[in-house]
Ligand binder design. Structure first.
Ligand code: ARG
Length: 579
């Protein structure tokens, strides 16, 4: 089903076009859902801006547009309010029929993309000289959700885990590794964090070791030490994969294409930049200078691609990766899910790539930026001793805390189920809390808030889901029996209608998620769905209602649970039939 908001928009665009005597594609009818049912279900405030443009009176323009609008099958006669707001209320018959249609649809009315695209999405991408820490949570979780939503809409997604597996730290690590007595490497490497710390301690304290570490980088780059390096990578990547699995993130080992994969391409990038006439030497380093990029003093800012000692940089690798992705996946968009502090890097990198012809104009390049996670005190999130908080430790604690809740709420569950619920609730809470924050904002990591059983949290939604399912089960209809219901429900009660209208918005909200890559639109949607379901259940008896209302209400319960489950699954959050 085409989203209702899109149907209304196209009808109103036509109406304004005929009222103004201009083509419809020049008009944005700015339709929004209303928060107060007093103003209908949807509202357009386009008349004000359009009237200004055409130098006419907005209220009169709204009246003319409403007179010209063909909306009868969708809405009741529109109302005009204030200076020219157009309030639209969906027709009851239309709502009933639309609900029957999405209930009969496997996709619950969510349209597939008319033109499926190939989308590359670079996410998670940790530096793997250490274990993943809390700072990697956002990229990993956001990228995963965006991948899932894109795929659900019908696009082809190429996940790219651009891990940092190259560079100077590896010299230090390999030098340390090479000095360990035979046989002790494996146990030492079981705690990468400690291994890194020990290596760094020596690097800082022992100049001889530091020299050796630097030499080791050069040797590694020259082709030696590859076996030890590979051994280190295997261990480190296995850690990442274990985190992904626990998190229920869709990244697979074959999605890893680390920085080192581009080593051979780096000289070619320099050559191509040179051919394009973009290369300049500044203080011995090879750079690109583009207009519009300046430092605070107003001096041109270089985009450095090769240092004076011949070494390449993060930026060079990113240009190589971009070329590879364009050539390999033929994408329409490439998304980079990294922290907002890298926006200058990506902005400049995209501009250089365009100039150099690495990224044709029809490939969209998007930096999907996000803010930082702060500790409960609002300061950077660190352990008591000032170290990075390991992601695996956070997940352990999440499960332990959720386990306590399960004990309190439902002590009689069999042990196995308790564990499963604790896992789903704990991990779900961490992910959902992250996703429900606007991605650009920083947020404070707050255990009590994310594990609360009321409010906009995963546990609340997971409980809401199992509650809906339990009501449905008591109704005595099977999933197949519900699917066979052919009659459109009457939806005579206000609370039924409010729930139904929200169910009809699922597809529209998913496409809004992709407009600006904001999963919090989906979390808000699901939270509102749970609230409306509660309102419905309080206001409308289900099991005790007379027929045909009873069956119609069971159908609403069933559809609600399906949308909840699908929505949470797009967020990578598990639900349970019973908790
Ligand atoms: N490894 C980088 C970091 O930890 C993130 C890489 C993001 N992707 C990229 N293509 N630059 O900050």
């Amino acid at each position: 089903m085409k989203p209702i908001i899109a149907q209304l928009a196209s009808r109103l665009a036509d109406a304004f076009a005929s009222a103004l005597g201009v083509p419809a594609d020049t008009i944005d009818p700015t339709i929004r859902t209303t928060t107060d049912p007093k103003f209908g279900d949807y509202q357009s405030n386009a008349a004000m801006a359009l009237a200004k443009r055409a130098k006419t009176n907005p209220r009169q323009l709204a009246e003319k547009a409403v007179a010209a609008a063909k909306l009868d099958d969708l809405t009741l006669p529109p109302e005009i309010a204030g200076p020219g707001f157009i309030n639209l209320r969906l027709r009851p018959e239309f709502v009933s029929q639309a609900i029957a249609a999405i209930a009969a649809d496997e996709r619950m009315g969510v349209e597939q993309a008319a033109a499926p695209e190939s989308v590359v999405i670079d996410f998670s991408s940790p530096n793997i000289s250490k274990e993943m820490h809390i700072g990697h949570l956002r990229s990993t979780v956001l990228g995963d959700v965006l991948s899932r939503v894109l795929e659900f809409i019908g696009h082809r997604v190429f996940r790219q885990n651009h891990v940092g597996d190259w560079g100077t730290q590896f010299g230090m690590l390999l030098a340390h590794l090479s000095e360990l007595p035979a046989g002790s490497a494996a146990p030492e490497l079981s705690d990468l964090e400690k291994f890194y710390r020990n290596a760094k301690k020596r690097f800082d304290a022992d100049p001889e070791f530091a020299t050796k570490a630097r030499k080791t980088v050069a040797l590694l780059q020259g082709g030696q030490f590859r076996e030890q390096w590979q051994q280190f990578l295997n261990i480190s990547l296995a850690h990442c994969q274990a985190n992904y699995k626990r998190l229920g993130v869709t990244l697979q080992p074959e999605d890893v294409r680390g920085e080192s994969a581009y080593n051979d391409d780096l000289p070619k990038v320099i050559e191509a930049l040179d051919k394009a006439g973009l290369l300049q030497v500044s203080e011995g380093a090879k750079c690109v200078f583009l207009d519009g990029y300046a430092n605070k003093e107003g001096n041109p800012l270089p985009f450095i691609v090769q240092k004076s000692d011949g070494g390449y940089l993060y930026a060079t690798t990113d240009l190589a990766a971009l070329r590879y992705r364009v050539a390999t996946f033929n994408p329409t968009r490439i998304l980079y899910v990294t922290d907002v502090r890298q926006s200058h890097h990506f902005g400049y990198m995209f501009a250089v790539a365009r100039k150099a012809g690495f990224a044709p104009e029809n490939v969209q390049l998007v930096h999907v930026a996000f803010g930082t996670i702060q500790g409960p005190d609002g300061k950077p999130f660190k352990t008591k001793s000032g170290e990075n908080v390991k992601l695996a430790d956070v997940l352990d604690e999440a499960e332990q805390r959720a386990r306590k809740i399960v004990e309190d709420k439902n002590a009689d569950l069999p042990e196995e189920q308790k564990q499963a619920v604790a896992r789903a609730v704990g991990i779900g809470a961490v992910k959902y809390f992250d996703l429900s924050n606007n991605r650009i904002s920083d947020y404070r990591f707050d255990w009590d808030q994310m594990l609360a059983l009321t409010g906009n949290t995963a546990p609340y939604l997971q409980y809401a889901y199992s509650r809906v399912r339990s009501i449905f089960r008591k109704g005595g209809l099977s999933d197949t029996q519900v699917a066979a219901i052919a009659n459109a429900p009457a939806l005579a009660h206000d609370k039924e209608r409010a729930l139904a209208i929200h169910l009809l918005r699922f597809g529209e909200q998913l496409s809004a998620v992709l407009d600006d890559y904001r999963p919090n639109i989906l979390t808000d949607y699901l939270y509102e769905l749970a609230i409306r379901f509660s309102g419905f259940y309080e206001g409308c008896p289900v099991l005790k209602a007379d027929e045909p209302t009873r069956t119609e209400r069971l159908l609403l319960c069933h559809l609600t649970s399906r949308v909840m489950k699908q929505g949470l699954s797009l967020l990578g959050i598990d639900v349970m039939e019973e908790m």
